[in-house]
Design a protein around this ligand. Structure first.
Ligand SMILES: [Zn+2]
Length: 103
């Protein structure tokens, strides 16, 4: 194998590992572990990890670490009961309204 071919293969290996990592971002294994696994073993192993790992299922989660208000669409990195933007809960009530209704 020539030096260029070896370099090319290494380059493809890293790119493929990065892609596998990104694909695994929403999975339990996560980007970092999938990327490392792909680098050390092979991107094929990363694909296997993707197929074996369970997807994260949470109803109000937009992506890995963001929560979206279903009233105004504001995205927050923190889980909230009352939206920091519009102040409404998932039923469209303000804190005051919810307190009156539950009283
Ligand atoms: Zn909102």
């Amino acid at each position: 194998m020539t030096e260029a071919a070896r370099f090319g293969l290494g380059f493809i290996w890293v790119i493929a590992s990065a892609i596998v990592g990104f694909v695994n971002k929403g999975r339990k294994i996560g980007f970092g572990r999938a990327f490392i696994l792909s680098l050390i073993l092979s991107p094929v192993a990363g694909i296997c990890a993707y197929m074996l790992s369970t997807p994260k299922i949470e109803t109000d989660v937009v992506s890995n670490d963001y929560y979206m208000c279903n009233q105004c669409g504001k995205v927050s990195p923190h889980k909230f009961h009352y939206c920091p933007n519009c102040g409404l809960d998932y039923l469209g009530r303000t804190k005051e309204q919810a307190e009156v209704e539950s009283a």
